[in-house]
Design a protein around this ligand. Structure first.
Ligand code: ADP
Length: 978
């Protein structure tokens, strides 16, 4: 474009390098033609008029681009040029002038001049055309600009600038028009004066002016073009911005919709607000009603509490009724048996009668036979008579039995019937072939023991009778059952809580009953070695499988409380039981699955043939699946498995793969009906394994056995327990009355008993002195609490009881420690707070000897458990004359009965109970206890004495276990040997 702008419009040569003739002529002409301001005025005359422009536009078919090539000079085929010339008045004048003779210029010069003028005119015309096109473009741009103008202020400013320039261009145009006018004028003057020279000067001046104008216009045009180009770019960018604006508009529409929606919601709210006063008034009415209702509810609650009490009483009465019912059932069964026996006698009688009828028939037929046959019949008759005699003897025997007379010489028929009975059981697979053989031998020998048993079991049902008979076979080989407990705790050597007490207490009681009882424990580094008698390592190494290899284990033996105990010391790099603590290690699952495996391996290698393997809690529940899946195939197959869960809170779960370590097949066991945890399907649950794979499953109290069948108490195992309910039973724990005996307790300052309570007061005084509590008021009641501080034990209620006791004028001693850090910290805070207090002392540790002295010193003992599988402390405290204050749950519900509960026979009332696990609940019981203590010392003393005399020994519980063991052993033998 720049090159075009420097084109010489006269000769059409580029003015970059060389001078053309025209240039040279022009320069020559310009030197003779003064460049005055007057002449500059004339320049504007070459600008075409707007009318001419319109006419040209109409005819022009060329594109309106200003970049289009300019017409070469002298182009004859340019119609527009001709048209322009035709339409212009001046060219016609020029034509006329051209025909007139020049007076002062030569013809050639004149011709040259005319040609130059003509060229100049043509070029002006072309420039004008270009300018027109540019203007048109500009107009278009302007119109586009106008459309955008409203939105684009910046563009407006620039357009304003452009307009200003266009104005200048217009001014120039006017000037060119003026120049044209002057040119015309000059032409006419020339025509009048015929002065060539003047004409020449004028023409040269005009041309020079025109040239200046053209070049200035060209510059302007270029700048306008540039401007336009940049404007175009800007327009493009504005277009994109416009699109953005459009998008924004769309968003605006959405927003607008949202605004409308909000407005309508606002209106809604306003309308609601307008009716709110009514609602408020309604609300206040409702409040009143609500108050009335809540009063009513409270009343109802009271009634409900009363009703609950009555219901509880009813339950107890019901239980008593059930007990009675059971007894009635038993009696009925006995009666039934007697009837059956009577029936069988009757049957025999009938048979006999039938037989006699047959005989008569035979006799009739025989009469018709020959003599030989007659004699045969007589013989037969004799035998029948003999049979009749036997029958009579049997009948006599039966009568004798009814009169409890000893049976002496029994006829063969008696033994034969016995034999048939035994064979029947064997054939029906109710007893094993071996047992049947043993019993048969006894019959053949007419052994008195078996006849006694047979006569003795007349009142029993078949199961009981079989059990009695099998007692005979087991006593033939051993005096009792061989029971092996495999556990993680045993009091007093390795005790964390009640589990340790149970293992020791139950074992001792079973041992007393004549059974062979052994215990297998891990050899912890933190055990009370001074409580083990004659501990020594055996000269044997047991190799046991774990994590795909065999590890050596040392076996130690010693006696604990007179019981034989095996301690297993693993030589595993993880030093499983060398941790300074019993539990709470990150690898507890591995530690105890290892122990379970090695315990069974030990039994196998020691060649033991126990009747019962009794495992306890999740730590040794692995025993059950390990026994059946791994050890029975290896030959350790004599036993029935009993599993006792002491607390369903702790179930021992882990990723299924961890089972593999001890040799269990995780794929086989990680199934819903086997060991798979009921709430996490990629985990296995050790307690569940114990429940599923054991022959007997027990827990530690009848109430807790009921509670764990519910969703709340079962901790996820309720469905499993329901599935296996036939083998699941709650047996209330006992306590070891040798260890827990205030009359012999070596930990006490003074021993005492129910008939001599002075010793108890002295122990109270001794403890006060020891703990720095005030002894000023002898009669101030001392409330004791010994517990693991875990949520299960109702720690918030224990905390409340401390402050409440203080308020009620009592003293409080707490002995406990917590595995839960924040609870331990909290109680440390309370302990510090009361560090030097006269009436409160918290001792936050495990201390066996101190526990004995606290039981002995306490007047009352508080156990506000949220749930309590059995609980031993209420039994121990009663044995030591400390009256229990407990929440009615689990084993507490089975062992403590409120003294104010009329539904309980007075001989069983032994403490204070409350139902709701809240402050209100505990307040009621504690206030009643302290009131009785302070206001009725005589009743209190009687209560203390009654509690101390209650039998909480293991005797009756051990008898229940013995029965469970025996039944299971019987069943096991029958199924195994059949
Ligand atoms: P759990 O087994 O749930 O801990 P139990 O009432 O069945 O509760 O058994 C608790 C046994 O642990 C009792 O023999 C009790 O005396 C004893 N015990 C609890 N805490 C301590 C302690 N800090 N120091 C000494 N003995 C304790």
């Amino acid at each position: 474009m720049a090159s075009k702008l420097t084109t010489c419009f006269v000769c059409w040569n580029l003015s970059t390098g060389f001078d053309c003739n025209h240039h040279r002529n022009n320069r020559a002409m310009r030197s003779t033609f003064p460049p005055s301001s007057k002449l500059r005025r004339h320049r504007s005359t070459i600008i075409i008029s707007s009318q001419q422009k319109r006419q040209y536009n109409k005819k022009s078919s060329r594109p309106s681009s200003i970049d289009g090539p300019l017409n070469p000079p002298n182009s004859n085929d340019d119609d527009s040029l001709h048209n322009f010339n035709n339409n212009s008045s001046s060219p016609s004048a020029l034509n006329v002038n051209r025909t007139e003779p020049a007076e002062q210029l030569s013809d050639g010069q004149l011709e040259d001049l005319l040609a130059m003028i003509k060229n100049a005119e043509k070029n002006i015309l072309l420039i004008n055309q270009a300018r027109v096109r540019a203007l048109e473009d500009l107009q278009k741009i302007l119109s586009e600009k106008k459309v955008l103008q409203a939105e684009i202020n910046v563009l407006e400013m620039r357009l304003a600038e452009t307009d200003a320039r266009i104005e200048v261009a217009d001014q120039e145009k006017t000037r060119v028009e003026l120049l044209e006018g002057q040119l015309e004028k000059l032409h006419s003057e020339l025509a009048q004066k015929g002065s060539d020279a003047e004409l020449h000067d004028i023409q040269t001046g005009v041309l020079s002016d025109a040239n200046d104008t053209i070049s200035s216009l060209t510059v302007e045009l270029n700048s306008i073009r540039e401007e336009n180009a940049s404007l175009k770019n800007e327009i493009e960018s504005f277009k994109t911005q416009l699109n953005d604006v459009k998008n924004n508009d769309e968003r605006l529409v959405v927003l607008e919709k949202e605004r409308l929606f909000l407005e309508s919601a606002l209106k809604d709210l306003e309308s609601k607000l307008s009716i709110s006063p009514e609602a408020v008034s309604e609300l206040s009415t409702l409040k009143v009603e609500c108050k009335y209702l809540s009063d009513k509810v409270e009343n109802l609650q009271l009634l409900l509490d009363k009703a609950t009490k009555q219901a509880d009483q009813a339950v107890i009465v019901l239980q008593q009724n059930q007990d009675l019912q059971r007894e009635v059932d038993k009696l009925e069964a006995t009666l039934e048996e007697a009837n059956i026996y009577k029936l069988s006698s009757d049957k025999l009688q009938k048979d006999n009668e039938l037989m006699q009828q047959k005989i008569k028939l035979l006799e009739n037929s025989l009469e018709k036979s020959d003599e030989d046959i007659n004699s045969y019949v007589q013989l037969y008759q004799q035998s029948v008579n003999e049979f009749q005699d036997t029958l009579n003897i049997l009948q006599k025997g039966s009568k004798k039995k009814t009169l409890d007379e000893p049976v002496e010489d029994m006829p063969w028929e008696f033994w034969s019937q016995l034999l048939l009975l035994i064979d029947g059981w064997a054939l029906e697979k109710k007893i094993s072939v071996d047992d049947a053989k043993l019993l048969r031998e006894k019959v053949w020998k007419k052994d008195k023991s078996i006849s006694d048993i047979y006569l003795a079991c007349k009142g029993q049902n078949e199961d009981e009778a079989i059990s009695s008979f099998l007692g005979l076979t087991s006593s033939a080989t051993s005096p009792g059952l061989h029971v092996i407990h495999i556990a993680a705790e045993m009091a007093p050597v390795a005790k964390v809580g009640g589990l340790g007490d149970v293992v020791c207490g139950l074992s001792k009681a079973l041992q007393k009953k004549g059974h062979l009882v052994e215990i297998v424990l891990p050899k912890y580094d933190c055990m009370q070695y001074d409580r083990i008698g004659d501990i020594r390592a055996l000269d044997v190494v047991i190799e046991s499988y774990f994590d795909g290899q065999l590890f050596k284990n040392k076996i130690w033996v010693g006696t604990v409380e007179g019981l034989p105990v095996y301690f297993i010391e693993p030589h595993h790099p993880d030093k499983f039981f060398w941790r300074g603590d019993f539990y709470g290690e990150r690898d507890d699952f591995r530690r105890f699955s290892y122990f379970s495996r090695v315990a069974l391996e030990f039994l196998l290698q020691a060649g033991k043939k126990p009747d019962i393997i009794h495992c306890h809690d999740w730590q040794t529940a692995f025993i059950a699946p390990l026994y059946w899946d791994v050890y029975v195939p290896k030959g350790l197959n004599s036993a029935r498995i009993c599993f006792t869960c002491h607390n369903f809170e702790y179930q021992g779960t882990a990723p299924a793969s961890e089972l593999e370590s001890c040799g269990l097949d995780s794929h086989h066991l990680n199934r819903p009906d086997r060991m798979q945890d009921n709430s996490a399907h990629n985990r296995v649950n050790s307690v569940k394994g114990g429940v599923v794979y054991s022959n007997i499953v027990t827990t530690v109290s009848p109430t807790y056995a009921q509670e764990v069948r519910t969703a709340e108490g079962g901790k996820g195992l309720q469905s499993t327990l329901s599935t296996h309910s036939k083998k699941f039973i709650g047996v209330l724990n006992g306590i070891d009355t040798d260890i827990w005996n205030p009359a012999t307790d070596p930990f006490l300052d003074v021993q005492y008993n129910a008939n001599d309570l002075q010793g108890k007061s002295e122990n109270k005084e001794a403890l006060r002195r020891k703990l720095g509590l005030s002894s000023e008021d002898v009669k101030r009641p001392l409330v004791g609490c010994i517990t693991r501080l875990v949520p299960q034990k109702g720690v918030h209620l224990i905390r409340h009881a401390i402050y409440l006791t203080l308020e009620l004028g009592g003293q409080f001693v707490l002995l406990g420690s917590s595995p839960v850090p924040h609870i331990q910290r909290e109680f440390e805070g309370i302990a510090n707070h009361f560090k030097n207090h006269d009436h409160i002392r918290l001792i936050l540790k495990y201390d066996e000897s101190l526990s004995h002295t606290i039981y002995a010193a306490s007047d009352m003992f508080i156990i506000p458990s949220i749930f309590e599988p059995c609980g031993l402390t209420q039994m121990i405290s009663m044995r030591y004359g400390a009256v229990p204050i407990v929440r009615k749950t689990g084993g507490l519900n089975d062992s403590v009965f409120d003294i104010d509960d009329d539904t309980i026979p007075s001989q069983f009332q032994n403490g204070f109970t409350f139902l709701n696990a809240d402050e209100k609940g505990i307040n009621g019981a504690l206030v009643r206890a302290i009131n009785l203590y302070q206001n009725d010392p005589e009743s209190w003393k009687q209560l203390v004495q009654k509690d101390m005399n209650i039998d909480f020994s293991w005797d009756s519980s051990a008898a229940q276990y013995e029965e469970l063991y025996l039944k299971s052993v019987t069943r096991g033998r029958a199924t195994k040997r059949a």
